[in-house]
Design a protein around this ligand. Sequence first.
Ligand code: PXP
Length: 240
Amino acid sequence: MQLLVNIDHVATLRNARGEGYPDPVEASTVCEDAGAAGIVFHLRSDRRHIRDEDVYRLKKSVKGILDFEMAATDEMIRICREIEPELCTLVPEGREELTTEGGLNMKHVYDDFANRVFPAFEGTGIEMSLFLDPNPHDIELAHKLGTDTIELHTGTFANAPDAESRKKELERLQKGAELIYQAGMKVNAGHGLNLDNLPVLAREVPYLEDISIGHALVSKALFWGLERTVKEYLKIMNAR
Ligand code: PXP
């Protein structure tokens, strides 16, 4: 199992003030230096956090795995082919959503992915991953499509309102991971993971490889970094 850090929300904070900081590329270097195996970014159609210039800078700077998370639009396919990341994760994207709300509906997208999307990536060497809920039917269709990898959506597990529904969702994830692995595909996972729920997922769900974590990790970093930052400001003031 290895950690891929999603740095979208470093860009969210940057964009809130229209300044050049915090820089998501600088954040990606810190994450890699700390041992992350790679970096994830989601270039959204509305560019609400990561922007095109970030993508080109990340491509130059990231040494490990670069995971380009995107909706399967012609525009994104063109940029992704140009960037040639190690991994491309296809997700559903809604304009009004605050974050990705669930996995792809394979029945809806199958024909389009088979005829337009997957042929566009043929021969590129980019590992293709589909973001799916742990649904046997979706997993089967994804396999039929010829994807290398499935990223299991862990958001329902992470946000389960009580122990019983969390246990049920964990079982679905376990079965999903088993199905994916038995079909010869790689099992990735992500969404809503944090320091509290990651231990259970890591212990109970088999075959997990790349784990994509963003919002909770970036949020926690703020608190673990605030103390030192306040002290540095105070040092300057107290030296007067
Ligand atoms: N994986 C996918 C496919 C996602 O869309 C996201 C959110 O951008 C993540 C993982 C990371 O989720 P979170 O920010 O909740 O850790």
